[in-house]
Design a protein around this ligand. Structure first.
Ligand code: ZN
Ligand code: ZN
Length: 317
C-alpha cells in the first residue's frame, strides 16, 4: 500500500510499504481522509530514528463498510489516569500517528476500541473531528458557565475550533487575531467580536472574559491573556511553545487566576465533537480547508497551508 513516511529530518515522501498486520485487538481501517496538523509538521521537522507514518486526524471504512472516525489516543487502560477516563493523560499512551503508524496511508491498523461510527456525517471533513475534540476538551477543562464571556488568542484552525467549542458551551466569544487573512476568516466564522491585540476584550465585550484560551505559541500571547482575563478567571495554555514560555507568577497570584492546560482529548470529547456536528450546532465543514491527494501530502505536511486556508485534508480517493 502507499503511505506518507517521515524518512528523515524534514524529509517526507510517499512510499510503498507492507500492509499493516493487525493484532487480535486491532481492526484494519481503509482510510477515507486524514487532516494534517502542525503536530505532523513538528514531527517531520524533528525527524524520526526510523521511518514512520504520521496522521492522527483520521476517518475511514471498517471491514463491514461502516464509516468511522478514529480516536487516536491508544492508552494502557490500567493507570490512574485511564481509570478516571483521562485517556490523554496516560503516561504510557501510544497515539496513532505519533507513537505508532498513523492515517496518512491507504490502510491503518487501530485497536477496535478507537473507532467511533460517524452516523452519516461527511466522511472527509469529519477528519477534523479530532482537533475539534481537543478544543471541546480544552473548554471543558476551563470549566466555563453558559453566558460567561470568553476570548481566544489566535485565529488559526485551533483558534476557530476553540471559539466554536466555547460558543457551544454558551459563551459569547471574542477572537484576538492580528489584522490579515486570518482576521478576515475569523469575522466570517460567526464570532461576536474579532479584534487585534492593539485593543482589549473589555473594549468589545460587556465584561472581561472569564476564560481565555491561548492557541498562539510564545510568551507574549500568554502574558496578554493573563493581563486581560477577568479577576479570578482561567487562562488555558493550548499551544506548545518551542523552548517554553515564562508566565508572570505575580499576575496569577494577585489577580486570583487559574492557569490550566491540556493536550489531546478523551474518548468522550471525541464523541461529543461528533454529536455537536451531527446536531448542526457546529458546522465543521465551514472551517476553511482544502482537499489534496496522497501524492500532494508530503508538501502539505511540510508547508503551512496558503492564505485563506486553515486546514489541509488528504483524501485517499
Ligand atoms: Zn492534530
Ligand atoms: Zn494509562
Amino acid at each position: 500500500m502507499r503511505a506518507v513516511r517521515i524518512v528523515g529530518h524534514g524529509e517526507v515522501a510517499v512510499r510503498d510499504v507492507p500492509e499493516p498486520t493487525p493484532s487480535s485487538h486491532d481492526v484494519v481501517v481503509t482510510v477515507t481522509a486524514t487532516s494534517v496538523c502542525s503536530t505532523d509538521r513538528k514531527l517531520a521537522t524533528r525527524g524520526h530514528d526510523h521511518p514512520c507514518t504520521p496522521g492522527h486526524e483520521v476517518t475511514g471504512l471498517l471491514p463491514d463498510g461502516t464509516a468511522a472516525g478514529i480516536y487516536p489516543e491508544v492508552t494502557c487502560g490500567r493507570c490512574a489516569a485511564c481509570r478516571a477516563g483521562w485517556h490523554n493523560r496516560c503516561p504510557d499512551r501510544e497515539s496513532i500517528g505519533l507513537a505508532r503508524d498513523g492515517g496518512l496511508a491507504e490502510l491503518v491498523s487501530v485497536p477496535t476500541s478507537q473507532v467511533v461510527p460517524l452516523g452519516g456525517l461527511d466522511p472527509v471533513t469529519s477528519s477534523m473531528l479530532e482537533p475539534l475534540a481537543c478544543a471541546v476538551h480544552a473548554v471543558d477543562v476551563c470549566g466555563v458557565s453558559p453566558g460567561e464571556p470568553a476570548a481566544v488568542v489566535g485565529g488559526g484552525a485551533m483558534g476557530i475550533l476553540c471559539g466554536w467549542a466555547l460558543q457551544a458551551a454558551g459563551c459569547p466569544v471574542a477572537i484576538c487575531q492580528r489584522p490579515g487573512p486570518r482576521q478576515r476568516i475569523a469575522h466570517e466564522m460567526g464570532f461576536d467580536v474579532v479584534f487585534g491585540p492593539e485593543s482589549t476584550p473589555r473594549d468589545h465585550l460587556d465584561d472581561a472574559p472569564a476564560a481565555v484560551v491561548v492557541t498562539a505559541p510564545g510568551a507574549a500571547p500568554l502574558q496578554w491573556a493573563v493581563e486581560q482575563v477577568a479577576l479570578g478567571g482561567v487562562v488555558h495554555s493550548f499551544a506548545g511553545t518551542p523552548g517554553g514560555a515564562l508566565v508572570d507568577a505575580n499576575a496569577i497570584h494577585y489577580r486570583h487566576l487559574k492557569l490550566v492546560g491540556s493536550t489531546g482529548s478523551r474518548l468522550s470529547d471525541y464523541r461529543r465533537a461528533r454529536d455537536l456536528v451531527a446536531s448542526g450546532e457546529i458546522k465543521l465543514d465551514r472551517l476553511p480547508h482544502r482537499v489534496v491527494t496522497l501524492e500532494e501530502a508530503p508538501a502539505a505536511v511540510l508547508e503551512r497551508p496558503p492564505d485563506g486556508v486553515l486546514k489541509t485534508i488528504v483524501a485517499m480517493g
